[in-house]
Design a protein around this ligand. Structure first.
Ligand SMILES: C[S@@+](CC[C@H](N)C(=O)[O-])C[C@H]1O[C@@H](n2cnc3c(N)ncnc32)[C@H](O)[C@@H]1O
Length: 312
């Protein structure tokens, strides 16, 4: 079936509309954050189809940076009072509809965990009676938990959506990437990483964090080559993509997320073990390239318009 950006936004908004003004903690996001949710809607059904052909019969969605379940505070005036469900609620909705075995939600902030647990409980009927819960865990511990769950015939789709790049040390990513039966969607902070690389000083904290993130110091060569000065983000992204593909048998595909026009904020890297997965991800890239911030905003506003007409 053709993927519809409009239907995907509508379903997300309608399913969780009752959570508006619930007084609980919310997360930070804006129009462009919705692209991540569209990608989840696109890939979660395919993931199950692909891995079930490969002898897996239990499927998990893991979200180790799960947030509070709702984001608000859109900068656009017309959307100022609106909410949108975050990755955990979208993941839970898809998981409950598609027959995923369970969801593994965690993150480091207690008030987000409290808010998400309360929202998941309030949404039980909408989540087909499924009782999902989240747990307070640092990413490093969450990786251990995910690897433990990755047993015989268990496939896991992991969304890695941190606030920046510091917690995502290569030694942790490598463990997930090398594991058969794990596909990953990773939010690579292209703009922020390029900024820190360009301003990093010798033996500074940035330098150490970047070494941990890339797992080596090859990024310095990219920084020090003057020809890369205006092209740092794409070069660093390519370095990371090559690193994934040379350290594992997995395929990696990138989808750009832009604040507006061609001002890129981050790339969603899709990492999959199978050729079938890579085909779906390349198709996802094509579809997601049409989901620009401008298109998403227009669609969101059009839905508000028809909603208010309904009440006239
Ligand atoms: C970008 S937000 C996630 C948003 C979420 N995916 C959504 O769609 O609503 C990142 C979250 O990671 C949490 N976090 C930050 N550092 C962490 C760490 N080291 N381990 C686990 N969670 C962390 C923050 O509290 C924050 O809620």
């Amino acid at each position: 079936m053709e993927f519809s950006i409009s239907d995907s936004i509508k379903r997300a908004r309608e399913t969780f509309a009752h959570l508006k003004d619930d007084g609980l903690t919310t997360s930070i996001g804006d129009i462009w954050s919705i692209k991540k949710m569209l990608l989840l809607d696109y890939y979660m059904p395919s993931f199950i189809q692909i891995v079930s052909k490969n002898n897996f019969n239990k499927f998990y969605f893991a979200d180790p940076f799960c947030g509070s379940g709702i984001f608000t505070d859109f900068k656009d005036k017309e959307l100022k009072n609106e909410i949108f469900p975050g990755s955990s609620l979208i993941g839970a909705l898809n998981a409950s509809e598609l027959g995923y075995t369970n969801c593994i939600f965690s993150e480091s902030n207690s008030s987000n965990i409290e808010a998400l647990n309360s929202r998941l409980a309030k949404c039980k009927t909408r989540l087909h009676g499924k009782e999902y819960t989240s747990q307070k865990l640092e990413f490093e511990k969450a990786v251990e938990k995910i690897l433990k769950m990755r047993q015989y015939q268990v496939a896991i789709l992991v969304l890695i959506d941190p606030d920046g790049y510091v917690p995502i040390k290569w030694k942790l990513m490598e463990k997930l990437i090398k594991e058969v039966g794990i596909d990953i969607i990773f939010n690579f902070y292209t703009q922020g990483i390029a900024h820190n690389v360009s301003t990093s000083k010798k033996k500074s904290e940035h330098e150490e964090n970047l070494n941990d993130f890339f797992g080596d110091d090859g990024w310095k060569e990219i920084r020090d080559n003057r020809l890369n000065a205006n092209n740092l983000g794409p070069k660093l992204l390519k370095y990371y993509l090559d690193k994934i593909q040379s350290n594992s048998t997995k395929f990696a595909v990138d989808v750009g997320v832009y604040k507006q026009g061609d001002s890129k904020l981050y790339d969603l890297i899709l990492i999959t073990r199978s050729k079938g997965g890579a085909n779906v991800m390349n198709k996802a890239k094509e579809v997601m390239n049409n989901a620009t911030t401008e298109v998403i905003k227009r669609e969101f506003k059009a839905q508000l318009g028809s909603q208010s007409r309904l009440f006239e």
